[in-house]
Design a protein around this ligand. Structure first.
Ligand SMILES: C[S@@+](CC[C@H](N)C(=O)[O-])C[C@H]1O[C@@H](n2cnc3c(N)ncnc32)[C@H](O)[C@@H]1O
Length: 586
C-alpha cells in the first residue's frame, strides 16, 4: 500500500515549501462559481452583480471575500456596516452566536507547517480543486461521497436521506434561457428600485428580468423590514414585503419557496444574505489524521513534501488539517491509500468529539456509511472495545468495509440492519452515535439540487424516520453504563424540524436529558422557534453554519440516558404531539 513516508524528512525545501510561497490561495470559486455555487438561481449573474451594486462589489461579506482568512471553526464577524443593520426581524429567531477562539496554532505545529505562512490565519483565495481520483474517500456523511469507491468527484453529498436517493444535478445543467424564462415568470419584476424608499412591488405586469433590479430590491426590502416603522410605504403590510423578499430570494439563489421560507425562519434578517451566500460557497477541504496509523505532525510533513499546502484546521481539533491547494490528488497519495487520513468535512469531526468515545467501551454507530465518523470513533477507542457500525444500505456498507480496511480499524463489527430494528438485535451500548439521514440543508454547496428538491412532504418523511431512529438509538443505550450512557444525535441539516423537534420528542418519550456537547463553539439550538417552545436545555445543543463557522451546516445534540425504563406518556399527549410536532405551542 503506497510507499512508506519518510517522517523524519524536514520540509525545508521541495514542492511543499514552494507551495507555501505561492500567493495566498482563496476559497474555491467564490459565490456562484465552482461546483457548489451554481445551484439553482442566478449564480452566473451573481458573479457579476453582487449585492452592493454594480461592479460586483459585495455588500454581504463572506469570510474569504473580504480579505480575511478563516479556518473552519473560526467565527465570521460582520463588518460594522452589517452589524448596524443586523436587527432581527423577529425576536423569536434572534440568535446568539458564540465566537470560537481564534486559531493560534501551538508551537509544535508551527514548526512543522512553517510559521507565518499564508495559511496561518485561515483560508485563502484559490480553490483547492483536488482531484480525488477513484480511490478518493470522503469520510463525511454530509459530503460528496468521494470515498465510496464510485470514483466520482462531484457526487451528491451524503445526507443519507434515502437509500440511494441522492439526486443528480439536473439543476446545474438546466438551459440558461429556460432558466431565465422561468425567472422572468417568477420574478414578475417591473422597474428598478434605485430609490430605496420606493420599492416597486410587482403588480401583475409582465416582468422585465434584471438581476440588478432583484439585487437592489432585496437590499431595499431587507432595509425596510429592519426599520419597518420609518421605511415602510404607507398601506403596505409587513407580509407583503416578506412575500416579495421570499420571491426575489428564490429567484436570486435558486431555491424553491418551501425551503426558502424555512431558511428565512432560521436566520435573523440581518444575517440572511450572509447565510445564503455562504451556503453556496464550497467549504475548505479538510482531512482528518488517522491516529491509529500516524500523528498529525508526521502526516503534515509527508504531505507538505508532496506539494500539499496545508495547515492545522484550528485549535479546536488535534487531528484536522485544512488543505489550501495541492500539486497532487489528495485522494490518491500513498499516505491516503495507506489509511493515514480521511478526507472529511470539518463539521463532521464534531459529533464524534461530542460523543467522546473511551477505550474498551461498547459503541454503536447506527447510520455509519461511508464511515468518516465510525473510523474516527475507532481511532479514539484506540482499536479497543467493540464498535458496531451499522448501515442499512448494503451498497453503502461496502464503502464502510473498504474504509475500515484502509484505516486499520480492527475493533469493529459491520452490520446492515434498519436502525429502527436494532434494539431487537443488540442493546446495552455505552455510547451511540446517530448521524441521521437528513435533508442535507446544511450542505447545499455540495448538492445544489437540495434547493429545489426538498418539499414539505419530503421533510415530514425524513422527520418521521429521524424520530423513529432516535427512539431506537436510545433503546440501544445502557443507562447503567459505568463510563457512558451517552447518545449523540447529529444531522447535516439546519432545519429545526430535523433537529430540535426530533430532540424534543426524545426528551418526552425516553428517560434522557440533554448535556453539554463539550464543543466550545457553535450557536445554541433553538429554545423557541416559530411559536414552539422547546425545553430550556435545548440551548445545550449546537448549530453550526457556513457563514458563522466556515464549516458545513450541522446540528449536534448530546443526551445522557438516566434510566432504562421509559417514561409514561399519556395517550392524549401523544396524539397532540403527532398533530403538532414535538414542541409545545406558545
Ligand atoms: C448522514 S449518513 C451517515 C454518514 C456517516 N455517519 C459518516 O460519517 O460517514 C446517513 C446514513 O444513514 C443510512 N440510513 C438511512 N436509513 C437508515 C436506517 N433506517 N437504518 C440505518 N441506516 C440508515 C443512509 O444510507 C446513510 O448512509
Amino acid at each position: 500500500m503506497g510507499r512508506k513516508a519518510n517522517w523524519s524528512e524536514k520540509p525545508k525545501s521541495g514542492p511543499g515549501r514552494k507551495a507555501r510561497k505561492q500567493p495566498a490561495p482563496s476559497f474555491p470559486g467564490m459565490i456562484g462559481s465552482g461546483p457548489g455555487g451554481g445551484g439553482g438561481g442566478i449564480s452566473k449573474h451573481r458573479k457579476k452583480k453582487q449585492f452592493g451594486g454594480p461592479g460586483g462589489k459585495k455588500r454581504s461579506s463572506y469570510p474569504q471575500n473580504d480579505g480575511r482568512k478563516l479556518k473552519p471553526g473560526q467565527p465570521y464577524r460582520k463588518s460594522n456596516e452589517s452589524k448596524k443593520s443586523s436587527k432581527p426581524i423577529d425576536k423569536k429567531v434572534t440568535r446568539n452566536v458564540r465566537d470560537a477562539s481564534d486559531s493560534e496554532e501551538d508551537e509544535e505545529e508551527k514548526q512543522v507547517m512553517g510559521s507565518n505562512s499564508e495559511g496561518d490565519e485561515g483560508m485563502s483565495d484559490n480553490e483547492p480543486t483536488m482531484e480525488t481520483g477513484s480511490g478518493s474517500e470522503d469520510g463525511s456523511d454530509d459530503e460528496a461521497m468521494q470515498d465510496d469507491f464510485s470514483g466520482s468527484d462531484g457526487e451528491a453529498p451524503d445526507s443519507g436521506l434515502e437509500d440511494g436517493d441522492q439526486n443528480g444535478d439536473g439543476q446545474k445543467d438546466e438551459d440558461k434561457d429556460d432558466k431565465l424564462t422561468k425567472w422572468h415568470k417568477l420574478a414578475n419584476i417591473n422597474g428598478s428600485s434605485d430609490d430605496a424608499d420606493k420599492i416597486d412591488f410587482p403588480e401583475g405586469q409582465e416582468p422585465t428580468f434584471d438581476v440588478q433590479v432583484v439585487v437592489d430590491r432585496i437590499k431595499d426590502v431587507i432595509s425596510t423590514l429592519l426599520d419597518f416603522k420609518t421605511r415602510r410605504e404607507e398601506g403596505r403590510s409587513r407580509s407583503e414585503y416578506i412575500s416579495l423578499l421570499t420571491s426575489d430570494l428564490c429567484q436570486y439563489y435558486g431555491y424553491n419557496e418551501y425551503l426558502m421560507e424555512r431558511i428565512m425562519q432560521v436566520f435573523p434578517l440581518g444575517e440572511l444574505q450572509d447565510a445564503l451566500d455562504a451556503a453556496d460557497a464550497p467549504r475548505p477541504m479538510t482531512i482528518r489524521t488517522n491516529t491509529l496509523k500516524c500523528r498529525r505532525r508526521e502526516l503534515a510533513q509527508a504531505l507538505i513534501a508532496r506539494g500539499v499546502n496545508l495547515d492545522p484546521v484550528g485549535k479546536w481539533s488535534k487531528v484536522g488539517l485544512v488543505v489550501y491547494s495541492s500539486q497532487v490528488p489528495v485522494g490518491a497519495t500513498p499516505e491516503y491509500l495507506a489509511g493515514h487520513y480521511m478526507i472529511q468535512g470539518a463539521a463532521s469531526f464534531l459529533p464524534v468529539m461530542a460523543l467522546g468515545p473511551q477505550e474498551n467501551e461498547r459503541i454503536l454507530d447506527m447510520c455509519a456509511a461511508p464511515g468518516g465518523k465510525s473510523t474516527h470513533i475507532a481511532a479514539l477507542m484506540k482499536n479497543t472495545g467493540t464498535l458496531l457500525a451499522n448501515e442499512f444500505n448494503k451498497d453503502r456498507a461496502k464503502a464502510l468495509i473498504g474504509n475500515f480496511h484502509r484505516m486499520g480499524v480492527k475493533n469493529s463489527v459491520i452490520c446492515s440492519y434498519d436502525g429502527r430494528k436494532l434494539p431487537e438485535v443488540m442493546k446495552g451500548f455505552d455510547r451511540v452515535l446517530l448521524d441521521a439521514p437528513c435533508s442535507g440543508s446544511g450542505v447545499i454547496s455540495k448538492d445544489s439540487s437540495t434547493k429545489t428538491q426538498r418539499d414539505a412532504i419530503d421533510i415530514q418523511r425524513t422527520n418521521t424516520k429521524q424520530k423513529e431512529l432516535i427512539m431506537a438509538a436510545i433503546d440501544c443505550l445502557d443507562a447503567t453504563s459505568q463510563t457512558g450512557g451517552y447518545l449523540v444525535y447529529s444531522t447535516c441539516s439546519i432545519l429545526p424540524e430535523e433537529n430540535e423537534e426530533v430532540v424534543a420528542l426524545a426528551l418526552r418519550k425516553r428517560n434522557v436529558k440533554l448535556v453539554p456537547t463539550g464543543l466550545d463553539f457553535g450557536t445554541p439550538g433553538f429554545v423557541n422557534f416559530q411559536g414552539k417552545r422547546f425545553h430550556p436545555t435545548m440551548n445545550l445543543t449546537r448549530r453550526f453554519y457556513p457563514h458563522s463557522h466556515n464549516m458545513d451546516g450541522f446540528f449536534v445534540a448530546k443526551f445522557k440516558k438516566f434510566s432504562n425504563s421509559n417514561p409514561v406518556v399519556k395517550v392524549d399527549d401523544e396524539e397532540e404531539e403527532e398533530a403538532e410536532g414535538s414542541g409545545e405551542q406558545e
